[in-house]
Write a new protein. Structure first.
Ligand SMILES: Nc1ncnc2c1ncn2[C@@H]1O[C@H](COP(=O)(O)OP(=O)(O)OP(=O)(O)O)[C@@H](O)[C@H]1O
Ligand SMILES: [Mg+2]
Length: 251
Protein backbone atom coordinates (compact mmCIF):
# COMPACT_ATOMS: atom_id res chain seq x y z
CA UNK A 1 0.00 0.00 0.00
CA UNK A 2 2.60 2.57 1.14
CA UNK A 3 6.22 2.37 0.17
CA UNK A 4 8.74 5.04 1.16
CA UNK A 5 12.17 4.64 -0.39
CA UNK A 6 15.30 6.51 0.63
CA UNK A 7 13.30 9.63 1.44
CA UNK A 8 15.20 12.85 2.07
CA UNK A 9 13.30 16.00 2.93
CA UNK A 10 14.14 19.42 4.25
CA UNK A 11 12.43 22.50 5.59
CA UNK A 12 11.62 24.65 2.56
CA UNK A 13 12.39 27.91 4.34
CA UNK A 14 15.91 27.28 5.59
CA UNK A 15 16.99 24.02 3.91
CA UNK A 16 17.51 22.03 7.14
CA UNK A 17 17.33 18.33 6.36
CA UNK A 18 14.89 16.54 8.70
CA UNK A 19 14.20 13.25 6.92
CA UNK A 20 17.49 11.60 6.02
CA UNK A 21 17.16 8.44 3.98
CA UNK A 22 13.97 6.96 5.40
CA UNK A 23 12.68 3.56 4.22
CA UNK A 24 9.30 2.23 5.28
CA UNK A 25 6.81 -0.22 3.81
CA UNK A 26 3.29 -0.58 5.17
CA UNK A 27 1.15 -3.29 3.59
CA UNK A 28 -2.60 -3.17 3.07
CA UNK A 29 -4.41 -4.35 6.18
CA UNK A 30 -1.44 -3.53 8.37
CA UNK A 31 -1.27 -1.33 11.45
CA UNK A 32 2.25 0.08 11.77
CA UNK A 33 3.37 1.97 14.86
CA UNK A 34 6.10 4.59 14.63
CA UNK A 35 7.88 5.51 17.83
CA UNK A 36 10.99 7.59 18.45
CA UNK A 37 12.45 10.35 20.59
CA UNK A 38 11.14 13.93 20.46
CA UNK A 39 12.29 15.80 17.40
CA UNK A 40 13.21 12.72 15.39
CA UNK A 41 10.94 13.62 12.48
CA UNK A 42 7.70 11.71 13.12
CA UNK A 43 5.33 14.65 12.67
CA UNK A 44 7.42 15.93 9.78
CA UNK A 45 6.94 12.60 8.04
CA UNK A 46 3.17 12.88 8.47
CA UNK A 47 3.20 16.45 7.08
CA UNK A 48 5.23 15.29 4.09
CA UNK A 49 2.74 12.49 3.43
CA UNK A 50 -0.08 15.05 3.51
CA UNK A 51 1.75 17.22 0.98
CA UNK A 52 2.36 20.31 3.06
CA UNK A 53 4.51 22.75 1.13
CA UNK A 54 6.64 23.81 4.12
CA UNK A 55 8.76 20.74 3.33
CA UNK A 56 10.69 19.79 0.19
CA UNK A 57 11.47 16.25 -0.82
CA UNK A 58 14.99 16.30 -2.26
CA UNK A 59 15.51 12.61 -2.90
CA UNK A 60 13.66 9.31 -2.79
CA UNK A 61 10.12 8.22 -3.49
CA UNK A 62 6.73 7.84 -1.82
CA UNK A 63 4.51 5.29 -3.55
CA UNK A 64 0.86 4.68 -2.77
CA UNK A 65 -0.33 1.47 -4.40
CA UNK A 66 2.70 1.64 -6.67
CA UNK A 67 2.12 5.23 -7.85
CA UNK A 68 4.22 8.21 -6.81
CA UNK A 69 2.32 10.81 -4.81
CA UNK A 70 5.11 13.38 -4.74
CA UNK A 71 3.65 15.52 -7.52
CA UNK A 72 0.14 15.55 -6.01
CA UNK A 73 -1.17 18.50 -3.98
CA UNK A 74 -2.80 17.94 -0.57
CA UNK A 75 -6.34 17.82 -2.00
CA UNK A 76 -5.34 15.27 -4.63
CA UNK A 77 -3.66 13.15 -1.97
CA UNK A 78 -6.80 13.29 0.16
CA UNK A 79 -8.86 12.19 -2.82
CA UNK A 80 -6.50 9.21 -3.21
CA UNK A 81 -7.56 8.24 0.32
CA UNK A 82 -4.71 9.60 2.45
CA UNK A 83 -5.98 10.80 5.81
CA UNK A 84 -3.94 12.52 8.50
CA UNK A 85 -4.99 13.05 12.10
CA UNK A 86 -2.61 15.73 13.28
CA UNK A 87 -0.82 16.01 16.59
CA UNK A 88 -2.28 19.51 16.84
CA UNK A 89 -5.62 19.65 14.98
CA UNK A 90 -6.28 23.06 13.41
CA UNK A 91 -9.21 25.20 14.45
CA UNK A 92 -11.54 26.29 11.65
CA UNK A 93 -13.56 29.26 12.86
CA UNK A 94 -16.82 29.97 11.06
CA UNK A 95 -17.29 26.44 9.70
CA UNK A 96 -19.64 24.23 11.70
CA UNK A 97 -18.26 20.72 12.20
CA UNK A 98 -21.34 19.27 10.45
CA UNK A 99 -20.81 21.50 7.43
CA UNK A 100 -17.14 20.62 7.28
CA UNK A 101 -17.94 16.90 7.39
CA UNK A 102 -20.53 17.21 4.66
CA UNK A 103 -18.18 18.97 2.25
CA UNK A 104 -15.32 16.59 3.06
CA UNK A 105 -17.45 13.46 2.62
CA UNK A 106 -18.97 14.64 -0.64
CA UNK A 107 -15.57 15.62 -2.05
CA UNK A 108 -14.31 12.16 -1.19
CA UNK A 109 -17.34 10.53 -2.80
CA UNK A 110 -16.90 12.65 -5.92
CA UNK A 111 -13.27 11.50 -6.17
CA UNK A 112 -14.47 7.89 -6.00
CA UNK A 113 -17.12 8.53 -8.64
CA UNK A 114 -20.02 8.19 -6.19
CA UNK A 115 -23.20 10.28 -5.84
CA UNK A 116 -23.47 13.05 -3.24
CA UNK A 117 -25.13 11.95 -0.03
CA UNK A 118 -28.69 13.11 0.58
CA UNK A 119 -29.05 15.25 3.70
CA UNK A 120 -30.96 12.61 5.73
CA UNK A 121 -28.42 9.94 4.74
CA UNK A 122 -25.54 12.25 5.69
CA UNK A 123 -27.10 13.11 9.06
CA UNK A 124 -27.77 9.46 9.84
CA UNK A 125 -24.16 8.48 9.12
CA UNK A 126 -22.71 11.30 11.20
CA UNK A 127 -25.03 10.56 14.12
CA UNK A 128 -24.13 6.87 14.11
CA UNK A 129 -20.39 7.50 13.93
CA UNK A 130 -20.54 10.26 16.56
CA UNK A 131 -22.50 8.04 18.94
CA UNK A 132 -19.86 5.32 18.69
CA UNK A 133 -17.20 7.83 19.69
CA UNK A 134 -19.45 9.33 22.38
CA UNK A 135 -19.37 12.72 20.70
CA UNK A 136 -22.15 15.05 21.76
CA UNK A 137 -24.50 16.34 19.02
CA UNK A 138 -24.05 19.89 20.34
CA UNK A 139 -20.33 19.67 19.56
CA UNK A 140 -21.11 19.01 15.89
CA UNK A 141 -22.91 22.34 15.61
CA UNK A 142 -19.86 24.24 16.86
CA UNK A 143 -17.10 25.48 14.51
CA UNK A 144 -14.59 22.68 13.89
CA UNK A 145 -12.10 22.36 16.76
CA UNK A 146 -12.71 25.93 17.99
CA UNK A 147 -12.65 25.79 21.77
CA UNK A 148 -12.74 21.97 21.70
CA UNK A 149 -10.80 20.44 24.58
CA UNK A 150 -7.71 18.43 23.67
CA UNK A 151 -9.59 15.15 23.93
CA UNK A 152 -12.58 16.48 21.96
CA UNK A 153 -10.26 17.48 19.11
CA UNK A 154 -8.83 13.97 18.98
CA UNK A 155 -12.29 12.43 18.92
CA UNK A 156 -13.32 14.82 16.15
CA UNK A 157 -10.31 13.65 14.12
CA UNK A 158 -11.33 10.01 14.53
CA UNK A 159 -14.89 10.92 13.57
CA UNK A 160 -13.61 12.41 10.31
CA UNK A 161 -11.53 9.33 9.71
CA UNK A 162 -14.49 7.02 10.29
CA UNK A 163 -16.68 8.98 7.89
CA UNK A 164 -14.14 9.49 5.12
CA UNK A 165 -13.19 5.80 4.83
CA UNK A 166 -9.57 6.52 3.85
CA UNK A 167 -7.17 3.91 2.48
CA UNK A 168 -4.13 5.21 4.37
CA UNK A 169 -4.62 6.65 7.85
CA UNK A 170 -1.83 8.39 9.73
CA UNK A 171 -2.53 9.17 13.38
CA UNK A 172 -0.01 11.47 15.05
CA UNK A 173 -0.09 11.10 18.84
CA UNK A 174 -3.81 10.54 18.90
CA UNK A 175 -3.42 9.35 22.48
CA UNK A 176 -1.94 12.56 23.85
CA UNK A 177 -4.37 14.40 26.08
CA UNK A 178 -6.95 11.64 26.18
CA UNK A 179 -8.36 10.46 29.47
CA UNK A 180 -8.39 6.71 30.12
CA UNK A 181 -11.94 6.16 28.90
CA UNK A 182 -11.44 8.35 25.83
CA UNK A 183 -8.29 6.42 24.99
CA UNK A 184 -10.32 3.22 24.80
CA UNK A 185 -13.10 4.86 22.79
CA UNK A 186 -10.64 6.29 20.28
CA UNK A 187 -8.72 3.00 20.07
CA UNK A 188 -11.97 1.12 19.46
CA UNK A 189 -12.75 3.64 16.72
CA UNK A 190 -9.38 2.97 15.08
CA UNK A 191 -9.71 -0.80 15.48
CA UNK A 192 -13.17 -0.74 13.92
CA UNK A 193 -11.59 0.76 10.82
CA UNK A 194 -9.04 -1.99 10.46
CA UNK A 195 -9.68 -3.64 7.11
CA UNK A 196 -7.75 -5.64 4.48
CA UNK A 197 -7.79 -2.69 2.07
CA UNK A 198 -6.65 -0.05 4.53
CA UNK A 199 -3.28 0.67 6.10
CA UNK A 200 -2.81 2.62 9.32
CA UNK A 201 0.24 4.33 10.76
CA UNK A 202 0.04 5.14 14.46
CA UNK A 203 2.64 7.57 15.81
CA UNK A 204 2.93 7.30 19.56
CA UNK A 205 5.34 7.66 22.47
CA UNK A 206 3.74 5.11 24.70
CA UNK A 207 3.30 1.37 24.63
CA UNK A 208 0.01 1.97 26.51
CA UNK A 209 -1.87 2.93 23.32
CA UNK A 210 -0.55 -0.22 21.67
CA UNK A 211 -2.31 -2.34 24.28
CA UNK A 212 -5.53 -1.10 22.70
CA UNK A 213 -4.48 -0.68 19.08
CA UNK A 214 -2.35 -3.79 18.51
CA UNK A 215 0.25 -3.02 15.84
CA UNK A 216 1.47 -5.56 13.29
CA UNK A 217 4.81 -3.80 13.05
CA UNK A 218 6.70 -1.27 15.17
CA UNK A 219 9.36 1.07 13.76
CA UNK A 220 11.78 3.38 15.53
CA UNK A 221 12.42 6.72 13.85
CA UNK A 222 15.58 8.54 14.89
CA UNK A 223 17.22 11.53 13.22
CA UNK A 224 15.08 11.12 10.14
CA UNK A 225 15.66 7.40 9.57
CA UNK A 226 14.00 4.16 10.60
CA UNK A 227 16.74 2.59 12.69
CA UNK A 228 14.89 -0.50 13.91
CA UNK A 229 11.77 -2.43 12.96
CA UNK A 230 10.06 -5.26 14.75
CA UNK A 231 6.72 -6.47 16.04
CA UNK A 232 4.83 -5.38 19.13
CA UNK A 233 7.53 -6.84 21.39
CA UNK A 234 9.76 -3.97 20.24
CA UNK A 235 7.35 -1.47 21.82
CA UNK A 236 7.58 -3.35 25.13
CA UNK A 237 11.36 -3.38 24.88
CA UNK A 238 11.38 0.40 24.36
CA UNK A 239 9.00 0.97 27.25
CA UNK A 240 11.30 -1.02 29.52
CA UNK A 241 14.69 0.19 28.32
CA UNK A 242 14.20 3.52 26.52
CA UNK A 243 15.94 4.35 23.26
CA UNK A 244 19.60 4.44 24.37
CA UNK A 245 20.47 0.84 23.40
CA UNK A 246 18.83 0.97 20.00
CA UNK A 247 20.36 4.35 19.20
CA UNK A 248 23.75 3.07 20.35
CA UNK A 249 23.52 0.04 18.09
CA UNK A 250 22.48 2.16 15.10
CA UNK A 251 25.30 4.67 15.57
N1 LIG B 1 9.01 24.25 10.00
C1 LIG B 1 10.05 23.97 10.79
N2 LIG B 1 10.94 24.90 11.13
C2 LIG B 1 12.00 24.61 11.94
N3 LIG B 1 12.25 23.39 12.44
C3 LIG B 1 11.38 22.42 12.13
C4 LIG B 1 10.25 22.63 11.29
N4 LIG B 1 9.59 21.47 11.16
C5 LIG B 1 10.28 20.56 11.87
N5 LIG B 1 11.36 21.13 12.44
C6 LIG B 1 12.35 20.44 13.30
O1 LIG B 1 12.47 19.13 12.81
C7 LIG B 1 12.69 18.21 13.87
C8 LIG B 1 11.64 17.10 13.78
O2 LIG B 1 10.39 17.61 14.22
P1 LIG B 1 9.09 16.70 14.33
O3 LIG B 1 7.97 17.57 14.78
O4 LIG B 1 8.93 15.95 13.10
O5 LIG B 1 9.49 15.71 15.52
P2 LIG B 1 8.65 14.55 16.19
O6 LIG B 1 9.42 13.30 15.99
O7 LIG B 1 7.24 14.59 15.74
O8 LIG B 1 8.75 14.97 17.73
P3 LIG B 1 7.66 14.84 18.94
O9 LIG B 1 7.83 13.46 19.45
O10 LIG B 1 8.18 15.84 19.92
O11 LIG B 1 6.31 15.16 18.41
C9 LIG B 1 12.62 19.03 15.15
O12 LIG B 1 13.95 19.32 15.54
C10 LIG B 1 11.90 20.29 14.73
O13 LIG B 1 12.27 21.40 15.52
MG1 LIG C 1 5.46 15.01 16.64
Amino acid sequence: MLEIRNLHARIAEDGTEIIRGLNLTVRAGEVAAIMGPNGSGKSTLSYILSGRDDYEVTEGEILLNGESILELNPAERASKGIFLAFQYPVEIPGVATMQFLKVAMNEQRKARGEEELTTPDFIRRVKEAAAKLQIDQAMLRRPLNVGFSGGEKKRAEILQMALLEPSLCVLDETDSGLDIDALKIVADGVNALKSPDRATIVITHYQRLLDYIIPDTVHVLYKGQIIRSGDKALAHELEANGYADIIGQAA
